[in-house]
Design a protein around this ligand. Structure first.
Ligand SMILES: C[S@@+](CC[C@H](N)C(=O)[O-])C[C@H]1O[C@@H](n2cnc3c(N)ncnc32)[C@H](O)[C@@H]1O
Length: 205
């Protein structure tokens, strides 16, 4: 994927493509970004939380600016990536709409298993209207992104929509199955885009 592939989205949002924090392997693909941008612009969520900062952060913060409301909290375990994302937000004038939270990975027990997952000490007790899951990286452990739902579930507002990137990977397919068993009432959809996207709708059925 080359950076030119992001030009249409940047044009739509009025973002300078030269300032977005982009790396071919780690940045979300344009078709995933289109999904979350479309949702954010249509539904205007008041509070967005994401796991894993970068390109998604800048685009979602820009959506809040376009919507003239809403705030994004981005959990980031890597200090260097947090700094990079903050620079891109500042350079795009998006500080007022977004906070990158330094959230080092900490061992946490979830349903009898130990996971390295974001420390939530600095995430305020907020009602989350949109949750984007794009971390922690898969190499950290098996089912790396599984804790997101059980650990944040109490903060998800009725009507919250959850988007998980990379849902085509076997590990993510398995953990979506684990969520399905644990939260049978949640409506789930799989979108077969480039890397696969799992969409979960809380209390919307
Ligand atoms: C899939 S990336 C998140 C990408 C982000 N949502 C975006 O669209 O740019 C998940 C995590 O990988 C880590 N990461 C990002 N770039 C990396 C790199 N070049 N090498 C190693 N880890 C990286 C960061 O901690 C990031 O939060």
């Amino acid at each position: 994927m080359s950076i030119e592939a992001y030009q249409p989205l940047c044009d739509r949002l009025g973002l300078d493509v030269g300032i977005i924090p982009y790396t071919p392997k780690w940045s979300a693909a344009p078709d995933f970004l289109e999904l979350i941008v479309e949702h954010a612009l249509t539904h205007k969520p008041a509070t967005i939380v994401e796991c894993g900062s970068g390109l998604t952060t800048v685009m979602l913060a820009r959506c809040c600016a376009v919507n003239d409301g809403g705030r994004l909290f981005s959990l980031e375990n890597g200090a260097e990536f947090a700094a990079q994302t903050r620079d891109a937000l500042a350079g795009s004038g998006l500080d007022a709409f977004s906070t990158v939270i330094d959230a080092p990975l900490a061992m946490q027990a979830v349903n009898g298993r130990d996971f390295q997952w974001y420390a939530l000490d600095d995430l305020a007790a907020i009602d989350i209207d949109m949750l984007v899951i794009d971390g922690p990286p898969g190499f950290i452990q098996r089912h790396s992104r599984y804790p997101a739902l059980p650990l944040l579930f109490d903060r998800l507002a009725a009507g919250c929509t959850v988007f998980m990137d990379d849902a085509a990977r076997p590990d993510e397919r398995e953990l979506v199955g684990m969520w399905q068993k644990e939260f049978p009432a949640i409506e789930q959809e799989y979108i077969g885009n480039e890397r696969g996207c799992a969409v979960l709708r809380i209390g919307q059925s």
